[in-house]
Design a protein around this ligand. Sequence first.
Ligand SMILES: Nc1nc2c(ncn2[C@@H]2O[C@H](COP(=O)(O)OP(=O)(O)OP(=O)(O)O)[C@@H](O)[C@H]2O)c(=O)[nH]1
Length: 378
Amino acid sequence: MQADKCVNMIEQYRGDSLEALKKLDDRWAAYHGDADATADSSLLTHRGCVDTDSAAILDSPFNANVATLNLPSTKVQPGLLTTLASVINHVNEAIFIINEQGVLQMLNPMAATLFGASIEDLTEQPWSDFLQPEVKERYLSLLAQGANGQEALANMGTKEIVLQRADSLSLDVDLSLSYLPASPTGQGALYMGVMHNLTRHKAQYQALRLQARTDKLTGLANRHAFDEEIERCWVDCNNDHQPLSLVVIDVDYFKLFNDRYGHVNGDACLKKIAAVIDSALPTSQCMAARYGGEEFALILPNCDATAAQLCAQRVQTAINHLSFTDLGLHGSVRVSVSQGIAVETLGQYRTSKALLCAADTALYRAKSDGRNRINIRV
Ligand SMILES: Nc1nc2c(ncn2[C@@H]2O[C@H](COP(=O)(O)OP(=O)(O)OP(=O)(O)O)[C@@H](O)[C@H]2O)c(=O)[nH]1
């Protein structure tokens, strides 16, 4: 919204609004006691540049902060640039102006902070030096289109990019670049860039994403994450002609555990089981997820039946040895799990869902065969 406001203000003052510019110039002249302000380049220098008489500029009725903007003193239509400088310095957004060659003409303090250098050091620098190679080309061709008079193509909507700051740090920002056509008064076309620092948003997004994919009780991946991961692994393993194994794990007689020892201890038991399952994963590409209440599932990409069985046996042994004395329960209290395994190696299953169904069927068999056992369908 702020950016729109800025563009609107610039529109108001630019090229076709020469009348407004004239009024500003007249006001400036009146303030400085010079009726012919626009023709007086020394006065214009006063109006735009930091180096000269900054006290007078700070007292300016137009914009006390224009002094902080370093305006180029050559090849400009100063009335326009001064107005532009005044506007961008008022807007609470990081804004920079480049010319048709992509050279930084002015920027406000917020933009300088994002670029990682002072306004003075940044002015007259090629803006594309702050872009990564992959996006640099895109923006340079945009400038070329503007220079060829293809104005309609010379705007770039908001895009997420990585800024290569002057201090060599990288910064995630979103950036929009707007074409400001050449004015009839001789000012060449310019581009206005508006940037937002995305660092905090990205961190929040990552935290929320992790939260949305994590089971709150156990800290394992949740069902949503499992569904996404199985699809990804299915495609990857099929493409690479690698096996994909699934293990579905269900706690035996867990209702009894809850009934005997209470739901709080039931929760603690699920956490212990989850930790055991997670540590039994053979590789870092594997995923352990809480599939439902007392049901867990393992995705084992690039693992054949032997590797999957080994993993399941590790889980079984470790769970059989779990102790609950730290919960105040008797040392004899034990739990077990039943496990079903299905393995895709030679295109037996048409979809990941079919593979999951096969693992579920194997689990059902393990349960019906007496529990605390592993059943495999290859
Ligand atoms: N404490 C606790 N219990 C849960 C949670 N989610 C599911 N349960 C319990 O898990 C139990 C599952 O019971 P059943 O589906 O009958 O299965 P089971 O008793 O384990 O019997 P089998 O699976 O046939 O061996 C129910 O009592 C649920 O309340 C949870 O997050 N915390």
